[in-house]
Design a protein around this ligand. Sequence first.
Ligand SMILES: O=C(O)c1ccccc1NCC(=O)[C@H](O)[C@H](O)COP(=O)(O)O
Length: 206
Amino acid sequence: MRIKVCGLKYPENINSVAALSPDFMGFICYSRSPRFIGELDEDILALLPDHILKTGVFVNASIERVNKTINKYDFEAVQLHGVESPEYCAMLRSKVIVIKAFGVDEQFDFGRLEAYINKVDFFLFDTKTPAHGGSGLSFDWAILNQYTGDTPFFLSGGIGLNNLHEVGNITHPMLYAVDLNSKFESAPAIKDIDKLKKAFNTIKNI
Ligand SMILES: O=C(O)c1ccccc1NCC(=O)[C@H](O)[C@H](O)COP(=O)(O)O
């Protein structure tokens, strides 16, 4: 099981999380989020180990702005949390790994995903909220049984030490990674390293 830690912003904390060797680190490029990276110095990210995929997280940004930000931070992946179209995703996929996020609730229609097949590398299933992400709320993971596609996915939304062990009960063959964010914070964008260490140990045994 791969691990993504999302919502990093502060240099010292970024380096402490990197020392845990997650597979992906997410940097929020959406100004309405409390985890927005703002004018984060690109030299901080340039020093991260190559095996950690630096991921820019966007919500309905223009392709120009996404491309500019990819170039600035040398992102290897983008995660898209708005209503980005399959064509938009395909344009970015010629350059970086594309993770398309969907807000899931009881009414979610997995048929919507068909248009994205071969246009994205991964789906990310998050809890549907008006804030687009970072809610700290989980959804009913049983809904994932309705997903019969073969694009691998990240499980996201309100994952914490309280429910992480239940991830081990998910037998879906396309579950690729778990996404850890607000449940591992002492304040927005400040990750609690001890909590993350516990989570990494749990995930290693899944
Ligand atoms: O984290 C945010 O503030 C955020 C805001 C807007 C769009 C996406 C955002 N985060 C993206 C993520 O990958 C989060 O890890 C995901 O939404 C789950 O967050 P949480 O429920 O806090 O675990």
